[in-house]
Design a protein around this ligand. Sequence first.
Ligand code: NAP
Ligand code: ZN
Length: 396
Amino acid sequence: MRFPVSSAKCRHPANREIVTFFSATDFCLMQRALTLAARGLFSTSPNPRVGCVLAQGDEMVGEGWHIRAGEAHAEVHALAAAGARARGATAYVTLEPCSHHGRTPPCAEALIAAGVGRVVVAMRDPNPLVAGRGMAMLRAAGIPTEEGLLAEEARELNIGFIARMTRGIPWLRLKIAASLDGRTALKNGQSQWITGAAARQDGHRFRARACALLTGIGTVRADNPQLNVRGVYAESAESETARQPLKIILDSRLELSPEARLFADGASALVVSALDDKTRAQPLLDKGAEWLCLPEASNAAGQGERIDLKRLMQELGRRGLNEVHGEAGATLNGAFIAAGLADELLVYLAPCLLGASARPLAALPELENLTERWSFGLQSCACIGQDVRMLCRRLD
Ligand SMILES: NC(=O)c1ccc[n+]([C@@H]2O[C@H](COP(=O)([O-])OP(=O)(O)OC[C@H]3O[C@@H](n4cnc5c(N)ncnc54)[C@H](OP(=O)(O)O)[C@@H]3O)[C@@H](O)[C@H]2O)c1
Ligand SMILES: [Zn+2]
């Protein structure tokens, strides 16, 4: 049976929107491809997470997913698994097959060479410079192509990659543990722990999918965090421990101690300052950290006092970071939100109250009118142990 689905639209080569009809089998097999793609959640960056299924009718003959940058793409794994049975098969791929010679040869060419009979993709390559070329190569070889099947799910999986490709800056998710009255620390700075163990473990899964973990000097001073991923294992075949994201510390005046716990595991760290002082940076460099000076526009004294957050995000995009996970205090949370740079708030709300003297969730300028408020859309809501997890997305 074939039935129309409103979300399943594809773009005609002439750029006309046309509705494509997908079968229940198509849905099941693309869903399988998405499940495979998600196995790369903790390992593929800076590349996207991609899955591929090859099927003869409703019989799967090969499947694969991209595990790590520099290694084979999903289509290559699926084609190898299918062997001769790839001929005439339908390929379900969660992202348009690549058309360029990168570290691996183009997958569109490999699909053509294997003689597949049809290619269905969930979404196009978001890079405007390459989007559509893979599909065009397939069509030029006489292979029917369709796109848009489970596109929303495919986009969610690669939200950071898409952000970097389309706007040049990573997707910024701010994780915040708060009380019911929206407080994130006591007046004296104590904040460990507001939420329960299950919520904290859940937070580590979000850390693991990010390319970088970002915090501010205020949090380092108060909590001395390790700023790493703990207790999360990659779901790839090797079941190895998750890779450690880059640690980014925003430290305007280079006050970070080289004895801070975040240096203890030897993972890569990037210290960002506003002050340009090599002598003060040297002990951090000696710890193996990288140092970047990005002051905001100059003040009267000739140097910005704080870090230019926009330039920082542009620099992180340039370095190939897809998702950045912030875990900072109210100062930086507020600064990122006010600058329009926070894409998502990952808030864990604990059923407790900390009172009006406790620190807020985000330090934001006072508003005169409710219409000026910072609004977010509720993306999802779930109970995690005794806490509630709310994923809120900026409304553009
Ligand atoms: N509940 C939670 O989820 C959670 C998470 C993390 C932290 N916390 C708590 O939050 C508290 C620390 O919060 P905090 O607000 O003091 O520290 P923070 O937000 O972690 O760091 C703020 C610092 O970042 C630096 N910075 C550099 N560029 C900046 C810019 N453009 N705009 C704003 N700041 C910039 C500033 O350093 P300079 O002042 O040197 O310029 C600023 O003081 C602690 O009590 C901690 O326990 C709670
Ligand atoms: Zn490829």
